[in-house]
Ligand binder design. Structure first.
Ligand code: GDP
Ligand code: MG
Length: 439
């Protein structure tokens, strides 16, 4: 995929201006490249249509050549096709959170169960328990137990003479008793989707009432992965997908189509056989990888920097008129994600560096992720007008963002404080400078 695009892009990059013909040619290349990467043809069609519409509909930004503009749109659309944002694993407020791993044989369920347990403990400070519910594949239980031992992680097993449904049931009881907060059920697979397998999985699902039904799919199977995902989703109503074996020379096609076809977010990516080679799936990173064009992305970033400056000016204007919303807030936040704490961020905002007394707003970097998650869990209406927030909305937001109601409350309060402070600031500056009309 990379090579194809690279060729076209190099051609275009040399030019100062790009004709419509160039854009057309470029879109043709993108289309071929995606098809070659095994992306579902319907998805490709829709994708090209979206890109074309966006690329043509937008005013060409001053800082971008039309060619860059197209690349930027391609990149953004790819990201959004794969879900846009990183999608987190569920947390049940009433532990244990039950996660059911499903998928075909060899997809990587057992390995991923252990990897996920490890990830939850290491990165989220959780106490997971693994459950060996694949009683069919010879040595499947042993495999999980070995992994469990390696990690010093408890593995619940009742041998291969008890039904998986019963195993799941008893495992959850055990987890409650022993205060495990995650139960990861490793289920059996088949070589192909069949009714018997689905029936059993549905029964387990009924008993276990999982918070997550994660489909584990082998990214190397390309188009097949999409069909598999579609059938599993129909039968089991998946909550997420784990793409394994993305470490090979896998074409990224599966990642793009799986989300687009099933509308189920990809939550994790398997990047190797080792136990710590599981990563949260980042759509934007995958998009870059699929586009595989480092220098082009740098170009985009550069152009983006100018765009952001314009955004900042716009924000400054909004601040003066006091109609800043959570959308603006989030915009700023994502721009400085990796740059440091929020007080620094505020310092970078035009006008804000003159403000003292920002200490109340000090937020450490780790919290930025939470804040982002909270804001993203708000509906557009809530973002525009936080005053409509009531208890049930807050609970929904807390659940959706994997945070707590306290955290939601804290953010709302901080946001109000920030607005207040901005008001002070704007009074200050407009008092100093020439008198400005309201709005
Ligand atoms: P299951 O039948 O779905 O339980 O699959 P397994 O967990 O037994 O995995 C099948 C094979 O795939 C094993 O050899 C794993 O080591 C391998 N595997 C699983 N995930 C990954 C991955 O992300 N990358 C690579 N390279 N191999 C993987
Ligand atoms: Mg297995």
């Amino acid at each position: 995929l990379a090579e194809r695009l690279q060729g076209t892009l190099t051609k275009i990059r040399g030019k100062g201006k790009v004709s419509e013909q160039d854009v057309k040619e470029m879109m043709r290349e993108v289309r071929l490249a995606l098809l070659e990467a095994d992306v579902n043809f319907k998805v490709v069609k829709q994708f090209i249509a979206n890109v074309r519409e966006k690329a043509l509909g937008q005013d060409v930004m001053k800082s971008l050549t039309p060619g860059q503009q197209v690349i930027k749109v391609v990149n953004e659309e790819l990201t959004s096709l794969m879900g846009g944002e990183q999608s987190k694993i569920a947390v049940n407020n009433k532990p244990p959170t039950v996660v059911m791993m499903v998928g075909l044989q060899g997809a990587g369920k057992t390995t991923t169960s252990a990897k996920l347990a490890n990830h939850l403990r290491k990165k989220h400070n959780r106490k997971p328990m693994l459950v060996a519910a694949d009683i069919y594949r010879p040595a499947a239980i042993k495999q999980l137990e070995t992994l469990g031992k390696q990690l010093s992680m408890p593995v619940f097993s009742l041998g291969d003479q008890v039904s998986p449904v019963e195993i799941a049931k008893q495992a959850i009881e055990e987890a409650k008793k022993e205060h495990y907060d995650y139960v990861l059920i490793d289920t059996a697979g088949r070589l192909h989707v069949d009714e018997q397998l689905m029936n059993e999985l549905q029964q387990i699902k009924e008993i276990a009432k999982p918070d997550e039904v994660l489909l584990v799919v082998d990214a190397m199977t390309g188009q097949d992965a999409v069909n598999v995902a579609e059938s599993f989703n129909e039968q089991l109503d998946l909550t997420g997908v784990v793409l394994t074996k993305l470490d090979g020379d896998t074409r990224g096609g599966a990642a793009i189509s799986v989300k687009a076809v099933t509308n189920t977010p990809i939550k994790f990516a398997g990047m190797g056989e080792k136990i710590d080679q599981l990563e949260p799936f980042h759509p934007e990173r995958m998009a870059s990888r699929i586009l595989g064009m480092g220098d082009v992305l740098t170009l985009i970033e550069k152009a983006q920097a100018n765009v952001d400056e314009e955004k900042a000016k716009e924000l400054e204007k909004k601040m003066r008129t006091m109609d800043i919303t959570f959308d603006d807030f989030l915009d700023q936040l994502s721009q400085v994600r990796n740059m440091g704490p929020l007080d620094e961020l505020l310092n970078m905002m035009p006008g804000m560096n003159k403000m003292k007394g920002m200490k109340d707003l000090k937020v450490d970097e780790k919290q930025i992720g939470h804040i982002e998650a909270i804001v993203r869990s708000m509906t557009p209406k809530e973002k525009q007008d936080p005053s409509i927030m009531n208890a049930s909305r807050k609970r929904r937001i807390a659940n959706g963002s994997g945070t707590s109601i306290q955290e939601v409350n804290r953010l709302l309060k901080q946001f109000e404080e920030m607005k207040k402070m901005m008001k002070q600031m704007s009074n200050m500056t407009s008092g100093k400078g020439k008198k400005k009309g309201k709005g």
